[in-house]
Design a protein. Structure first.
Length: 88
């Protein structure tokens, strides 16, 4: 994936996966969430293994990756996942 495609995908789903900072912690950015998800999808590595390359805990990754995958699917399904179902 080149940087233009990454930026386009981030523009599509960024507002949906972005979280707010709190007094207690800084939120994981939408960009970091997308990077972790794409790395998971590209490599198939476990959350425990990914935590070292993303600096995000495995429990956090277990929430981030499914949520981001859902938003990627929702954003791209109209244009890239057309299914023609005919009922007989």
């Amino acid at each position: 994936m080149d940087s233009q495609d990454f930026k386009l995908l981030l523009e599509l789903i960024g507002p949906k996966i972005e979280k707010q900072n709190t007094v207690m912690r800084m939120a994981i950015t939408a960009e970091e969430r997308l990077i972790a998800t794409l790395r998971f999808l590209a490599t198939g590595r476990s959350y425990e293994d990914l935590k070292f390359s993303t600096c995000i805990s495995a429990p956090s990754l277990s929430y981030i990756i499914p949520e981001t995958c859902k938003e990627i699917f929702e954003a791209l399904k109209k244009d890239y996942m057309k299914v023609n179902i005919s009922i007989y």
